[in-house]
Design a binder for this molecule. Structure first.
Ligand SMILES: Cc1cc2nc3c(=O)[nH]c(=O)nc-3n(C[C@H](O)[C@H](O)[C@H](O)COP(=O)(O)OP(=O)(O)OC[C@H]3O[C@@H](n4cnc5c(N)ncnc54)[C@H](O)[C@@H]3O)c2cc1C
Length: 411
């Protein structure tokens, strides 16, 4: 087997948003970076709704985005129980945006290339090169060519949820019990939708273990999806479209133009995402919000931290786990509090029967939770967001009520 480029500083595995963003920050620091992406084109196939917080994108300097990436902005979210009870959160300005994920990923990759990162497409990393437990590069197969060995000082793994390389290092992998299985469809001819609003359908009758969603565009099309931890998500989606008292009026006559399947990891980050010469970032490290399944912002945030720590380690000539541990420390500081809160919220939602869920939405409406949350702009770091609103009387009353619901659902 031949060996290529012994002088590379970092190999990035995966040209998704996290890999491309890490490559951008590594290249900006003057490091020699090559990204291997198994598909022939960046961003395709797309498996994501691209529903992202505007505030978080702004904080990263990624908003506003160039034309053609943003499909719609939202200031309203409608939540439905299986019985059709609606709870509306109306915010004072657009807080979320729907991106074309393919174009967003391509934009990040172009930025990384402009900063000096190389991209090798149609190139699948088959395994890690390891010596005495330390990662020293990758074995990669491009097209029909024979696999080659590529050495690098650090391998940054951004393979996404189907990661295999983390397992090869012996690090703990993401918890399969926390996976939900999603179907994401492009639909035309959706009806009765507020184009400023995302629609969210809860309940075991339609989406056990997660929820269904509709993210409308301005042209009458929408991204529609559903994830579940039980059964075939396609069957659940069909049922939602035809039987749900509200969704059926919106999607009953819709035409599905494309459909894809992918897993979402909800169990919270793996406890250790680094070892000698290796960093795991994004979905492969399960850096995803357990409440909504959103992983883009946490993944990009971690990617920037990983690039910082990797460049410091390379500069001091020590890429051992003792040095790369700084990445873990930083991620723990950034995410752990919010992840713990979100894991509890997920457990709480999962514990509710459909009747209790319906009651909860009614009570939230009565208590004025919508008004109490109307000035919220932080939707990613949900623990900190809750700390900010918890002293409002409506929220105190609601949290007391949720506590009671939780205790009675889990005696
Ligand atoms: C249906 C669905 C809807 C979602 N909606 C949202 C949303 O609205 N908002 C949000 O924030 N998050 C959402 N997510 C989650 C989001 O998609 C992920 O958190 C995000 O894509 C993670 O980025 P990543 O770069 O870590 O992984 P990925 O986007 O999965 O990218 C990994 C890349 O690595 C490549 N790759 C994998 N293995 C190899 C290999 N061995 N060699 C070379 N290349 C490899 C893959 O081809 C891929 O391009 C959704 C997920 C799903 C399934």
């Amino acid at each position: 087997m031949t060996t290529q480029n012994p002088q590379l500083d970092v190999v990035v595995v995966g040209g998704g948003p996290v890999g491309a963003y890490a490559a951008l920050h590594l290249a900006k620091k003057g490091l020699a970076v090559r990204v291997f992406e198994e598909h022939p084109q960046i961003g395709l196939p797309s498996h994501c709704a691209g529903h992202i917080s505007i505030r978080s994108l702004k904080k990263m300097g990624l908003y506003p985005l160039p034309n053609g990436i943003v499909e719609n902005n939202f200031s309203v979210a409608n939540f439905y129980s299986p019985q059709g009870t609606k709870f509306t959160l109306k915010l004072s300005c657009p807080v979320t945006t729907a991106l074309s994920r393919a174009r967003f990923d391509q934009f990040l990759a172009e930025q990384a290339k402009a900063a000096g990162a190389e991209f090798a497409l149609d190139s699948r990393v088959e395994s890690l090169l390891m010596q005495k437990g330390a990662v020293q590069g990758v074995r990669v197969k491009t097209g029909e060519n024979n696999p080659v060995q590529v050495n690098s000082k650090i391998v940054l793994d951004a393979e996404g949820v189907s990661s295999r390389l983390v397992r090869q290092t012996g690090l703990p992998t993401l918890n399969p019990a926390g996976l939900v299985y999603a179907v994401e469809a492009e639909m035309e001819n959706v009806q009765n939708l507020d184009l400023n609003a995302v629609e969210v359908y809860f309940g075991k009758a339609y989406a056990p273990g997660f929820y269904g969603w509709v993210i409308p565009r301005l042209d009458g099309s929408a991204k529609v999806g559903l994830a579940t931890n039980r059964g075939d998500p396609r069957e659940h989606l069909k049922r939602l479209m035809t039987k749900h008292p509200v969704a059926s009026t919106q999607l009953g006559k819709a035409k599905i133009t494309t459909m894809g399947y992918h897993a979402i990891t909800l169990a919270g980050p793996i406890p250790q995402a680094y070892t000698d010469g290796f960093l795991a970032v994004g979905d492969c490290a399960s850096q995803v919000k357990p409440t909504t399944g959103g992983g883009v912002i946490f993944g990009l945030t971690a990617a920037k931290e990983a690039a910082e720590v990797a460049s410091q380690a390379i500069a001091q000539g020590d890429v051992s786990a003792q040095v790369l541990w700084a990445y873990q420390k930083r991620c723990d500081e950034l995410f752990n509090f919010d992840i713990r809160v979100m894991l509890r919220l997920r457990r709480f939602l999962d514990s509710l029967s459909d009747e209790r869920l319906d009651e909860m939405l009614r009570v939230c409406r009565k208590l004025g939770v919508d008004a109490a949350l109307s000035d919220v702009t932080e939707i990613d770091f949900q623990g900190k967001m809750l700390l900010n609103v918890v002293t409002k009387p409506a929220m105190l009353a609601a949290l007391g009520y949720f506590g009671l619901l939780y205790l009675t659902a889990n005696p």
